[in-house]
Design a protein around this ligand. Structure first.
Ligand SMILES: [Fe+2]
Length: 317
């Protein structure tokens, strides 16, 4: 009975959910608005299926005596909206063409009886939906690096966790702690551009090879720059190998000139490297890591961040 536009599994899932239940999966928002009548409040299309018509059986009642009781139905499937005519007396048209079932697009004009409605996809997409999509994008980017370099497997996630903990302990707001976590996940994304032979080399790197590795923070920033939702974490990605004494890369920044989030990731990143097994050395014990972090406080690390890291580790004992 329906067009084959929707994969069957999705259709079943959507149709099985009735009105009045919890909101459906997060999605773009859309409304029906009386055409050329901005004074009438718009109808929000925020349920899996909305029956439009007159009387008790319609979820949206439109006061038009040419409308059948149940006139048409709007279906919401993920980000898409479909309209189906329910064998109405006067038919349903979209942009002047009679339809039985079709997918709606922004600005489509739907005629039900004598009523003209305009379908509008709102610019404001549900925040949670976007957040979820963004996080999925972030995770898949991080996995792309790990696929290239088996030794970094789990590294991004662990650095993210430690960075998050540090950020929270250092009094950052909840929102900023979350951003630091994302910066932690993506800090090494630029390694996508480093040849595998260099990334996976088990012996000492030649100077030219080290130069290639050193490009990854700037590369990472370049890769992420087109993603607007990550603009605020670019400085953390770009400067996570700066040292507090100015001897790091890529810019040789020192002290508080290094973005704070980058100083946090610097400590978390180094801590994870110390406590992971590498082909050329055993992992540090926690006590050794504490000693090393304290030793490098003020040279490699921001002393305040180093102190917090030591506190965290000592409290874990
Ligand atoms: Fe790095």
């Amino acid at each position: 009975m329906m067009d084959n536009d929707i994969p069957e599994s999705e259709m079943t899932m959507t149709l099985s959910r009735g009105m009045g239940e919890a909101p459906i999966e997060e999605k773009r928002r859309a409304i029906l608005q009386f055409k050329d009548d901005a004074r009438t409040p718009p109808y929000s299309l925020d349920a899996p299926q909305i029956v439009i018509g007159r009387g008790k059986e319609a979820d949206l009642t439109i006061n038009d005596h040419y409308l059948s009781g149940k006139h048409a139905r709007v279906l919401v499937v993920h980000n898409f909206y479909y309209i189906e005519d329910l064998d109405s007396r006067n038919g349903t048209t979209v942009n002047g063409k009679p339809i039985k079932f079709m997918r709606l697009a922004h600005q489509d004009v739907i005629r039900l009886g004598q009523t003209n409605l305009r379908f509008l996809q709102m610019d404001a997409i549900d925040g949670n939906y976007i957040k979820k999509l963004n996080l999925q994008a972030v995770q898949s980017l991080a996995l792309a690096v790990e696929a290239k370099d088996p030794y970094t497997k789990g590294h991004s996630e662990r650095v993210a966790e430690v960075s998050e903990h540090l950020a929270a302990m250092m009094g950052l707001s909840h929102a900023h702690v979350e951003r630091v976590r994302i910066a932690g996940i993506l800090h090494d994304i630029g390694k996508i551009g480093v040849p595998e032979a260099v990334l996976q080399k088990k012996t000492k790197l030649e100077p030219a090879e080290f130069e290639l590795i050193k490009k990854h923070p700037v590369e990472g920033q370049n890769i992420l720059r087109p993603l607007n939702f990550l603009t605020d974490i670019l400085p953390a990605v770009c400067h996570h190998h700066e040292r507090f004494d100015g001897q790091g890369y890529p810019a040789g920044l020192s002290g508080e000139a290094i973005p704070f989030w980058a100083r946090i990731i610097q400590v978390a990143d180094t801590y994870d490297a110390m406590t992971s097994n590498r082909p050329y050395r055993e992992a540090f014990s926690k006590a050794q890591a504490i000693a090393e972090i304290s030793r490098c406080s003020g040279s490699q690390f921001d002393p305040a961040v180093a102190r917090t890291m030591v506190e965290i580790l000592e409290n874990e004992k």
